[in-house]
Ligand binder design. Sequence first.
Ligand code: DLL
Length: 435
Amino acid sequence: MIHNPEIECMSREDMRALQSERLIKTVKRCYENVPFYKRKMDEMGVKPSDIKSIDDIHKLPFTTKTDLRDEYPFGLQAVPHSEVRRIHASSGTTGKPVVDTYTENDLKCWAEGVARCMAVADIGPGDTVQVSYGYGLFTGGLGAHDGAAMRGAVQLPTSAGNTEKQIMLMQDFGSNALACTPSYAMHIAEAIHASKVVSINKMKLRAGFFGAEPWTEGMRKEIEEKLQIKAYDIYGLTEMSGPGVGGECECQDGTHLWEDMFFPEIINPDTLEPCKPGEFGELVFTSLTKEAMPILRYRTRDLTRLIYEPCKCGRTAVRMDRILGRSDDMLIVRGVNVFPSAVEAILTEFPAFQPYYFITVDRVNNEDTFDVDIELKPEFFTQDLGEQMKYLKPLYERMVSVMGIKPNLHVRPPYGIERSMGKAKHVKDLRNFKG
Ligand code: DLL
């Protein structure tokens, strides 16, 4: 079902007109209320009156994560604090967190974005949405919570962690949908199948809204089979409110972006020029309805492409291909560019292997090493090295041919690779510590 057909199925011309109207307002709001944007626009010699339609977006300055950190905590805020109702922040492993603040209307728009994602699975009154994203400063928990509320569904705020209890409640309360990271969904699925207390056949789950980290088609298949659900991608980032910047429809063929609120562009990260339609590059967003912290041309560092062909579902909103990874997650090993998620994509082609992996990159005798920990599924696990080789050889060959790099593969015992309850950590790059 479509949550907001008027917007989600709007003609492209009407959408451009709406975007133009909202961009003009946003630019004015930024210029008049945020010294950072006034300075940047003045430096470029751009005035709000130069922005007459969405086609003028290229005249505007970019915003980077460094800008957000420099303006920490409220430098980019465009309203007095008395109008702010909530603050979220992304943890970030280094430096200051990235902060977002929300007016009443920002919270409403945010919930609307998530509600559109959940409506795809007909989530509504009587349905229970188990929210197993972390609650707190992270936007996942409360974002999914408010989206479920807007759909009139029952919100079950279990948060992340305490997996045994999660699955007990999932069965006892009859949860119909699960919202969490795909890696936690896998972990939950595994725990259900290992449990003597609960059974997947007694569950009422029918859908999952998974995001906050890259995941592959192979992972989707595993989760869908194990949990007996339809697994939908949900995308978002703190800087644009949180989850619900876009979501997959029932066709599961690309993630629709809610362009009336977040205008997407794809740029070449080196030249900063727009890419041709359909080309891969860096995703950039301009917020079109945010009041408290509007953002112009935010460089997400997420690498993907936009799909403009109409979708069979009837929604006209542009679709985004799966995120390949973030440009800052890309490893360069022996001169070869490697996206960690490529390992997951390959692992899921081989039924004997779990989709879990952990990469360690190091430099020994001036040469990069690339070690990958993997797990055989319990039913295939063996300590016999000859037997292991039977599974490892084709995997190794596939990795060399797809990734162009020879890995050292290490089979860990079942559960030997740490399970994640939030965003999974897949890489340790020891070269960073060696200078
Ligand atoms: O992860 C918001 C979110 C919560 C999205 C729950 C979806 C579900 P941040 O912590 O600021 O916000 O991280 C944002 O996570 O730039 C992407 O690199 C990555 N990401 C988010 N969703 C997806 C997805 C939340 N569906 C960063 N696929 C983004 C791939 C994703 N990567």
